[in-house]
Design a protein around this ligand. Structure first.
Ligand SMILES: Nc1ncnc2c1ncn2[C@@H]1O[C@H](COP(=O)(O)OP(=O)(O)OP(=O)(O)O)[C@@H](O)[C@H]1O
Length: 313
């Protein structure tokens, strides 16, 4: 397996439905050996992009390739790409095992492969139960098992964390990490960064059909800079002192009656400034970078940024 084998390359992809562009001149690359989060708010164009990548929707312009070819031009797509776009398409009366065996028959895989992937996704104990009794999380696992049948180099998963409890997410993280460590390409979409933050090491963030950021998750954290939370009986004076030293007003928020939250400065700077101005401080702390806040800033959905305002506590 060489690195080129599993690269996803999206170049200038566009799709318009009626008057509105769902995807507009979208360009990004997903590298093998890592887990990439494909992120954007609801309606950003994630599913449309994945459907174009998988040959289910014809782009108006641009091209998406997997391992150097368009999906429809891949000679044995099931061995190259495993995809989960929706998890509702199971026959309710069929057992998980029967569902997978049908896929084995259709694709020419041995039936033993069904049991292997059931083991892999932790569904062996439920293999002989009808799917109608499966929880949403179990359906997610079965969908993932279906995608893994052909031992694909590339995995494309639409909202895989949806329906999983924290234990399920931890399990998914281990599984995807193992698959990526084997050199596979893993692309997972989500509209909630916090849901996949522990899962991914790279991100492609889209908004209104366009790429607004791509790169390592750690770079996203650096984009935000440090965040300081400070309590003082004189928040207005401290606010004014900060702006006098050049801190932009937009970086200072009042997060409580005696509390300010300041981005882009360090605790040392705030402490020294308060001392110089003789402003008493009751408390001063560096906050963990709130990636969700960065995400909302990038995608312009600041009205949803309530969790960020909460973090001063
Ligand atoms: N078949 C279609 N016909 C008309 N409009 C569509 C169609 N598919 C998607 N759209 C529109 O394109 C835009 C992008 O939708 P898409 O489902 O790709 O976004 P998304 O990022 O996957 O959102 P979500 O997280 O809600 O699934 C939306 O405005 C949607 O209403």
């Amino acid at each position: 397996m060489t690195d080129d084998d599993g690269r996803i390359v999206v170049t200038g992809l566009s799709k318009t439905f009626g008057p509105a562009a769902a995807v507009a001149d979208l360009t990004f690359t997903v590298e093998p050996g890592s887990i990439t989060g494909f992120l954007g708010p609801n309606g950003a164009g994630k599913t449309t992009t994945l459907r174009m990548l998988l040959g289910l929707v014809r782009p108006d312009a641009g091209v998406a390739t997997i391992a150097g070819r368009r999906y429809l031009d891949l000679p044995a797509p099931g061995n190259v790409v495993g995809a989960v776009l929706e998890t509702g398409a199971f026959h309710p009366a069929r057992t998980g095992r029967a569902h997978l065996r049908i896929y084995c028959t259709v694709n020419g895989y041995p039936h033993s492969r069904a049991d292997e992937v059931l083991d892999l996704v932790g569904l062996a104990a439920a293999a002989r139960r009808p799917v109608r009794g499966y929880s949403l999380g179990m359906r997610q696992r079965l969908a993932l098992a279906t995608a893994l049948l052909g031992d694909p180099r590339v995995l494309v998963l639409d909202e895989p964390a949806n329906g999983l409890d924290p234990e399920g997410i931890a399990w998914l993280r281990r599984l995807l990490r193992d698959l990526a460590a084997e050199g596979r390409t893993v692309l997972v979409s989500s509209h909630v960064l916090s849901e996949v933050q522990q899962l991914v090491d790279h991100v492609v963030i889209i908004n209104r059909g366009r790429c607004v950021r791509q790169g390592p998750l750690t770079a996203l954290a650096a984009l935000h800079g440090p965040v300081v939370s400070v309590r003082t009986p004189q928040p207005d004076r401290l606010h004014a002192a900060l702006t006098r030293t050049g801190v932009d007003d937009s970086r200072i928020t009042r997060s409580g009656p005696d509390r300010l939250r300041v981005t882009g400065v360090h605790t040392d700077d705030v402490g020294q400034l308060a001392h110089a101005e003789r402003i008493p401080l009751l408390w001063l702390a560096a906050e963990h970078t709130d990636l969700e806040h960065v995400f909302f800033t990038l995608t312009g959905n600041s009205h949803e940024a309530a969790p960020a305002a909460r973090t001063g506590a």
